[in-house]
Write a protein that binds this ligand. Structure first.
Ligand SMILES: [Zn+2]
Ligand SMILES: [Zn+2]
Length: 368
C-alpha cells in the first residue's frame, strides 16, 4: 500500500488540505496510475461549493492523465509504462447499455459509483475510508482505477493536454460530434465559453459548422472563442441573447444550440434561440434542485428537440485517441485551453480563480 500526497476535501466550503493517505493495491481488473497532470474542472468546484451533495472526506479531481505503474490480475488492455488518459466512466462491456455502444451509460459503473468490481474504497486515512471523486480522485499523486478507466494514448503527447481530454474536451467536442451530430454548414450556438464550451466551439469548427456563435459575459473568454473558431461572440450585456442570435441568422435562429454553463436562464435562452426543427443540447452541469421552464408548444409546432449530453456521449477507448490524434495533426487546437500550470499545493487558488468566472483551465502538473 503506497502512501500518497492528496488534496482532501473535508466537507462544507472548507479549502482542500494536503494530506498523506494510503492507497490500496490494484485488485482484479484494476491498475495503479501515477498522475502527471490533472485539470481543475467546474464539477470539482460544484462539490466544494456544496452545490452537489457528495460524501466526504474525499479526494476530488476527475480529469487526469498519467503513467501506469502497476496492474492487477486479469488486466489485458493496459500495461505498466503505458501513458493513459483517465475516464470518469469506466464500463463493464456486458450490460445492455454497453452492448449497444453507450459506454458512458454503463449500468454497472452507475451502480458502483464508477469504482466497478467490489466497489471498495481506494484511499484510507488511518482506518477512515476516503472517497475518490468519480472513482478517480486525480487531486492525488497516484490513484487506483478500473482497467476500463485507463485509456492508453501515444507517449509523445503532453500530459496537460491528455488530462483535459479526460473531461472538458471530450464533453464539449463529443456533444457536437456524437450527441447532436452537427453536420457541415449548420448553424451552431454555444452558450458559455469555459473549457467545455470552448471545446464545443472547436468541435463545431472541426465539422465546418457556420456560423458558430459564442456567448459569454467575460471579454477574454469571448476573445478566446473567436480565436478557436467562433465566427461571432456575443455579450449578454448587449441585449437579450435570443434577439442577438436572430439578428445574426436572418431572424431564423440556429439549427444546433449547446448550453455549457448549467443555469436555467441560459438553458431557456439557448432553447428559445433555435430555428424550426432545431436541437438544443444541455451540456452544462446544473446544481442540485435547478428546474427549467419552457413552452412545450414549440416542440410540437416547431419540432424543437431538447436533449442532453453526458461526457460527450463518448466511448472513451475510441474517442480519447481520436481527439488526441486531431490535436497531434493540428486539427484540434487544445493548447489555448490550458490557461495555467500549477502545483497541487495551489489547488485552492485555482478554485478562487474559477470563482471569478474569468479563467479557463488550471492544470495541476505533478512531478515525474
Ligand atoms: Zn469535469
Ligand atoms: Zn456496462
Amino acid at each position: 500500500m503506497p502512501t500518497v500526497t492528496a488534496a482532501v476535501w473535508n466537507g462544507g466550503g472548507q479549502p482542500l488540505r494536503l494530506e498523506q493517505l494510503r492507497l490500496v493495491d490494484p485488485g482484479e481488473h484494476e491498475v495503479r496510475v501515477r498522475l502527471r497532470a490533472s485539470g481543475v474542472c467546474h464539477s470539482d468546484y460544484h462539490v466544494v461549493k456544496g452545490e452537489w451533495a457528495r460524501r466526504f472526506p474525499a479526494v476530488l479531481g476527475h480529469e487526469g492523465a498519467g503513467v501506469v505503474e502497476e496492474v492487477g490480475a486479469g488486466v489485458t488492455t493496459v500495461a505498466v509504462g503505458d501513458h493513459v488518459v483517465l475516464s470518469w466512466k469506466p464500463y463493464c462491456g456486458a450490460c445492455p447499455q454497453c452492448l449497444r455502444g453507450r459506454h458512458v451509460l454503463c449500468e454497472v459503473a452507475t451502480r458502483t459509483g464508477n469504482l466497478m468490481g467490489d466497489a471498495r474504497p481506494r484511499l484510507w486515512r488511518g482506518d477512515q475510508a476516503v472517497a475518490s471523486m468519480a472513482g478517480l480522485g486525480t487531486f492525488a499523486e497516484q490513484t487506483v482505477v478500473p482497467e476500463s478507466a485507463a485509456v492508453p494514448i501515444d507517449r509523445s503527447l503532453p500530459f496537460e493536454i491528455a488530462a483535459i481530454v479526460g473531461c472538458a474536451v471530450t464533453t464539449g467536442v463529443g456533444a457536437v460530434l456524437n450527441t447532436a451530430r452537427v453536420v457541415p454548414g449548420a448553424s451552431v450556438l454555444v452558450v458559455g465559453c469555459g473549457g467545455v464550451g470552448l471545446s464545443a466551439i472547436l468541435g463545431a469548427r472541426l465539422v465546418a459548422a457556420t456560423p458558430i456563435i459564442a456567448v459569454d459575459l467575460v471579454d477574454e473568454k469571448r476573445a478566446l472563442a473567436l480565436q478557436l473558431g467562433a465566427t461571432h461572440a456575443l455579450d449578454p450585456a448587449d441585449g437579450d441573447i435570443r434577439e442577438q442570435v436572430r439578428a445574426l441568422t436572418e431572424g431564423r435562429g440556429v439549427r444546433y444550440a449547446f448550453e455549457a454553463i448549467g443555469r436555467s436562464d441560459t438553458i431557456e435562452a439557448a432553447y428559445e434561440s433555435l430555428e424550426h426543427g432545431g436541437t438544443m443540447t444541455v451540456v452544462g452541469q446544473v446544481p442540485d434542485g435547478v428546474r427549467i421552464s419552457l413552452d412545450p408548444y414549440a416542440m410540437s409546432d416547431f419540432e424543437f428537440t431538447l436533449t442532453g449530453s453526458n461526457y460527450g456521449s463518448a466511448n472513451p477507448a475510441v474517442d480519447f485517441p481520436r481527439l488526441l490524434a486531431w490535436y497531434a495533426s493540428g486539427q484540434l487546437d487544445l493548447d489555448p485551453l490550458v490557461a495555467r500550470r500549477i502545483a497541487i499545493g495551489e489547488i485552492n487558488e485555482a478554485f478562487a480563480e474559477l470563482a471569478t468566472g474569468r479563467a479557463t483551465r488550471s492544470v495541476i502538473v505533478y512531478d515525474a
